[in-house]
Design a protein around this ligand. Structure first.
Ligand SMILES: NC(=O)c1ccc[n+]([C@@H]2O[C@H](COP(=O)([O-])OP(=O)(O)OC[C@H]3O[C@@H](n4cnc5c(N)ncnc54)[C@H](OP(=O)(O)O)[C@@H]3O)[C@@H](O)[C@H]2O)c1
Length: 281
């Protein structure tokens, strides 16, 4: 199946959203969402922060069907991610690679992307994110990202860890709307205001740390749910993200977990259990 086909999504009704009742939800690992610049982006991928044996993990994930890989200059693993992709033997154009600019500022961003491309051994990045806001420097960094997009070195431009006032700063500067805002997102961190803002402005929400960095996998309430569904606690948390329509990128270094984490598309949490997880805090 072509990962860039747009027909592999369906509408999911979730009343808890204040702005839109209908959201697009991934129905398979191949599901994509259409970003506001027309680029199709896979809705499920592999996180790679602080991954041991990163090349092997990336290569294995691709063999299993993962098509989006999330890395960052800050993780110091772009070279290993690139090696893992090469090891997998997949055609690069069938992947969606996300990396993040760590140092803010115009020139730092231009140079940063060039270094990322060398480390990843690639000609272009699919989605380039500002890793985090820095007061007074966001506009310059963001402008540089669009220069890189114009040159064809980046397909889509986005941000990470941006709050409303950071996004408003870009808007007030008359700059294009970011395609994606990558934020921490799981049942214990559901920043409604920023999610609603992103929906209103057609910015796709990409959630990170869906497994709460493994800190809540032994939570009794999640364990009870996992037992009911005959799933693992990791799968319950990932399914929660998927069912909300969030792009999600669980990280694991371990083959059995990489496989386990993608097995979240052929079953459903009930509306009652989704509501329970919305209120779990
Ligand atoms: N933009 C940002 O500022 C930002 C910040 C944080 C993260 N991120 C991105 O989001 C990705 C995911 O977030 P994260 O790495 O913070 O945390 P996470 O995905 O919530 O959790 C990863 C942890 O869960 C463990 N784990 C994974 N699958 C498991 C399973 N099935 N059963 C039990 N344990 C499991 C992993 O250990 P093993 O590896 O040993 O399996 C690891 O310790 C990152 O890797 C990164 O790409 C972005």
């Amino acid at each position: 199946m072509n990962v860039y086909e747009l027909n592999s999504t369906e509408k999911y009704h979730k009343e808890t959203f204040s702005l839109e009742a209908m959201v697009t939800m991934a129905t398979s690992i191949d599901s994509v969402i259409n970003l506001n610049d027309g680029t199709a982006m896979p809705m499920f991928g592999l996180g790679t922060a602080w991954t041991d044996e990163c090349s092997q993990a990336v290569s294995y994930a691709i063999e299993q069907g993962y098509r989006m890989i999330d890395t960052a200059q800050r993780y110091g693993n772009e070279e290993d991610v690139g090696k893992g992709i090469a090891m997998s033997g997949i055609d690069r154009k069938n992947l969606f690679i996300v990396t993040k600019q760590w140092q803010n500022g115009h020139d730092a961003c231009i140079q940063g992307l060039q270094r990322s491309l060398v480390r990843l051994d690639m000609d272009y990045i699919d989605l380039f994110l500002i890793h985090g806001p820095r007061e007074g420097r966001n506009v310059a960094t963001y402008k540089a990202m669009f220069e890189l997009k114009k040159q064809g070195l980046v397909r889509s431009v986005g941000v990470s860890n941006f709050n409303i006032h950071h996004l408003e700063g870009l808007r007030n500067a008359g700059l294009p709307t970011p395609s994606v805002n990558q934020i921490e997102l799981h049942p214990w961190l559901q920043p409604r205001e920023i999610i609603d803002y992103c929906k209103k402005h057609n910015i796709t929400v990409m959630g990170y740390s869906p497994l709460v960095k493994s800190k809540m996998l032994k939570n009794q309430q999640i364990c009870d749910l996992a037992k009911t569904y005959n799933k693992t606690t990791a799968q319950i948390l990932i399914r929660w993200s998927v069912q909300h329509g969030y792009i999600t990128i669980p990280k694991s270094s371990k083959p059995n977990r990489i496989k386990e984490n993608m097995q979240v598309f052929d079953w459903t949490l009930t509306e009652d259990d989704m509501d329970f997880l919305v209120r779990i805090i």
